[in-house]
Design a protein around this ligand. Structure first.
Ligand code: IMP
Ligand code: MG
Length: 180
């Protein structure tokens, strides 16, 4: 195990089980839809790739990149779109935003609002992790991999200061790493 990780929250096997369940739910709900997975860079790349590998419905993929400004371990209410989704046919598309983790809820609240306002046929969200205790705006993802307690986690795409994204599991970061 990486020395900066205090405990493993989700093992590779647990993540695989979560992804299998979510893919089955998505297949069930999108059988007759024009599914477009909208992966939010960078945190959701590993989760998106795993999910794509298990979804059997025809699916397209797009990427968006947003940034929230603030300290490394907290997100603020302000997001800016750094890479946008440019599609002329939004009105025909059933967008499923793929996110790594929902914390305050602000990112997905703003993104779903934006894409609905632009006229997408439907907009839903799937998140690998949810920290419901941290919610600052009322937002409920449509598909949730796992609810986790209020602890800063890294791995399987999630970073601290751009590190630890490549860990194959999700772990709690040792507080020494961000307090020293
Ligand atoms: P929200 O807008 O507060 O819901 O923020 C969601 C974003 O905050 C995620 O996409 C992550 O980039 C980041 N984030 C929130 N909690 C964690 C965490 O525990 N580890 C790593 N990134 C996190
Ligand atoms: Mg992030």
């Amino acid at each position: 195990m990486n020395k900066d990780i205090k405990t493993i929250l989700l093992s590779e096997k647990q993540i695989d089980d979560i992804v299998t369940r979510l893919a089955a739910d998505i297949d069930r709900d999108y059988a007759d839809k024009r599914l477009v997975l909208v992966s939010i860079l960078k945190g959701s790349v590993m989760f998106t790739a795993a999910l794509m590998g298990k979804i059997q419905t025809n699916a397209e993929i797009e990427f968006m990149k947003v940034s929230s400004y603030g300290s490394q371990t907290k997100s603020t209410g302000c997001i800016s779109v750094l890479l946008d989704l440019k599609r002329e046919d939004l009105a025909e598309l059933d967008l499923l935003i793929v996110e790594d983790i929902v914390d305050s809820g602000r990112t997905l609240n703003l993104l779903t609002g934006l894409l609905r306002e632009r006229g997408a046929k439907s907009v839903r969200t799937v998140t690998m992790l949810d920290k419901p205790e941290r919610r600052e705006v009322s937002f409920t993802p449509d598909y949730i991999g796992a609810e986790i307690p209020d602890e800063f986690v890294v791995g399987f795409g999630l970073d601290y200061d751009e590190k630890y994204r490549n860990l194959p599991y999700v772990g709690v970061l040792h507080p020494d790493v961000y307090t020293k």
